[in-house]
Unconditional design. Structure first.
Lengths: 417, 156
């Protein structure tokens, strides 16, 4: 992982935690936050960047000619540049589109592609492990246009079953696939699949919501044509998402929403769309949120994405080992056994205790885990469960979080046993 | 913070571990409805055999957390052999017990309170503590809403 051939210095988690005010709860109680896959916590650097913007620089962007408006525009656009460089975008100032979240990024695509590119009978390929955000927009297109949706299924080890991949991708017009599963943790072989899909002439969309916040990302190396992700899972604020796309493809798509800022001219009879990226940014955008996300990216880059990945792999390995050694046959951990193929999430079932009850009992000890279907109901059906409990990590987690989880699970076991 | 014993009363754990009236009935003669809790993915199916206006028998199938399963089990015992009118009364009492709102001073209070005696509620009173854990209210009301659905489907 380390490009310098030296052992990467581990993250100093106790220093990192000082930057996150949430860990100093007003009641003085410990917070063991293991739900970053749902939404991460925010460091002061992000909160301050947004506060400073509102206190000193706020004005609407791309409009006023006065100095304040110019400064606001400059901050907003420089965040775009930062985010683009973070994912290796060849041309950030044109290719990074601000949305509300990853869900909106995918909906932007499914809507724009449904107006001209996709026709009745066209094939869109998804996987069985997609989050609803990358399922329902295509199911809507199926309802509206009569497209065909094919699925790459999940095997018993939590990997995509690629045995019949040539057949599944044949004549596909779009492959839209998650880079990392929010339930299984599985990191998918996206560059390999993108290459195969491109041979079939398909457009490749990556859902990076669970990947970009944790693993160094380069869109060119991934080989995707579009990448969707969200700010709030990567230390940024809620309300800001990203769609990256290749300029030529973005140019060829019609706008998603209409309104201010996305036009060059409007008459009573029609309009001409603005250039990229503003063509896809109708209305006043989330300016403070974009600036906050820029600060989050500074924070992540300062730590180094490779060190972050190393840190999460260590937690993963410790977490799986502790869960299995403490609960043995009473626990089922979903997803790949090889941790190098996993993102920092551990979904599990506890024998005879429903995830909802686990989560409730854990809450009494200040341990926050997600319980539910994780917006991936088809995958839940595949796993044969209604819900799972899920612990997930980010930079501020440490072994003591996992120890607290184990203690609280032992309590749950005693309670229901 | 309310304690776990407020939520997981002994009766609840007993009904969770040993659910009463679990299973299915052929339809017809039974009527049925399926209920989902979109929050957690819980699913259950309520089967009712009506004789005139009396719930002669009831069975419940599905999966769910301790609160949704035990509430379903407690409901099945409470409504079995009751007239639809009596079930309506129980339903409104139960719903009242499960509805809260936060007033301006930050205290929770019942919405549309219904006057009732503890005797009327019977074992259902064990679920009273659920209201202190607002996310779990949906778990407790899922079976009741599904029963209402089954009876309404029949009526239409």
């Amino acid at each position: 992982m380390n490009t310098h051939g030296l052992e990467a210095k581990p993250l100093n988690v106790s220093d990192i935690r000082k930057d996150f005010p949430i860990f100093s709860q007003p009641d003085g109680k410990s917070l063991y936050f293991l739900d970053s896959a749902a939404s991460s916590q925010k460091p002061l650097q992000v909160l301050n960047a947004m506060d400073n913007y509102y206190c000193t620089t706020h004005a609407n962007v791309h409009r006023g000619v006065y100095r304040l408006a110019e400064q606001a525009t400059e901050l907003y656009e420089s965040a775009r540049g930062k985010i683009g460089r973070f994912i290796g975008a060849p041309n950030p100032s044109r290719e990074i589109i601000f949305t509300k979240n990853a869900t909106e990024s995918i909906n932007l695509l499914s809507n724009s592609l449904s107006r001209g590119t996709l026709k009745r009978g066209d094939v869109v390929v998804l996987t069985e492990m997609e989050h609803h955000a990358n399922l329902v927009p295509w199911l809507i297109a199926k309802e509206q246009l009569g497209i065909e949706i094919r699925y790459i299924m999940v095997d018993e080890n939590g990997y995509l079953n690629l045995d019949n991949i040539d057949e599944v991708l044949r004549n596909a017009k779009i492959l839209s696939i998650t880079l990392a599963s929010n339930v299984l943790g599985t990191i998918n072989p996206v560059s390999q699949l993108a290459e195969l899909a491109h041979k079939n002439g398909a457009i490749v969309i990556g859902d990076g919501a669970q990947f970009v916040p944790h693993v160094a990302t380069n869109v060119t190396a991934l080989g995707v044509d579009f990448l969707a992700f969200t700010g709030h899972k990567m230390l940024g604020p809620t309300g800001i998402g990203i769609l990256w796309g290749k300029s030529a493809l973005l140019d060829s798509l019609p706008p998603f929403m209409g309104g201010g800022d996305m036009i060059t001219d409007v008459t009573l009879d029609g309009f001409s769309p603005n250039e990229l990226p503003w063509k896809f940014e109708a209305g006043t955008p989330p300016i403070a949120e974009a600036i906050g996300l820029g600060a989050a990216i500074d924070y992540l880059e300062n730590l180094g994405m490779d060190r972050i990945r190393e840190h999460e792999l260590e937690l993963l390995s410790y977490g799986i080992e502790m869960l299995e050694s403490n609960f043995g046959e009473n626990i089922t951990i979903h997803g790949p056994r090889n941790i190098n193929d996993r993102g920092g999430v551990i979904s599990f079932d506890f024998k005879d205790i429903h995830p909802h009850d686990i989560s409730q009992i854990l809450d009494q000890s200040g341990v926050c885990v997600r319980a539910g279907h994780h917006c991936a109901k088809p995958l839940m059906r595949h796993l044969g469960v209604a819900a799972t409990a899920r612990a997930s990590f980010h930079i501020y987690n440490e072994q003591s979080d996992i120890d607290a989880l184990i203690d609280a699970l032992a309590k749950a076991q005693a309670f229901f046993g | 913070m309310p304690g776990l014993e407020d939520l997981y009363r002994e009766i609840i754990l007993d009904h969770y571990k040993n659910p009463r009236n679990e299973g299915e009935f052929p339809t017809p003669p039974a009527i049925k409805a399926e209920g989902h809790n979109p929050l957690c993915g819980d699913e259950l199916t309520v089967y009712v055999i009506l004789e005139g206006s009396v719930i002669k028998d009831i069975r419940i199938a599905g999966q769910g957390c301790s609160i949704s399963r035990s509430s379903a089990s407690l409901m099945s015992v409470a409504v079995k052999g009751k007239t639809l009118q009596e079930v309506d009364r129980l339903l409104s009492i139960f719903k009242s017990m499960m509805s809260i709102s936060t007033n301006t001073s930050g205290e929770t209070e019942a919405v549309d309170p219904v006057e009732y005696s503890e005797r009327e509620l019977g074992e259902l009173i064990a679920l009273q503590g659920v209201v202190k854990f607002p996310v779990r209210i949906k778990c407790a009301t899922l079976s009741w809403n599904t029963l209402v659905q089954a009876l309404e489907d029949r009526a239409s």
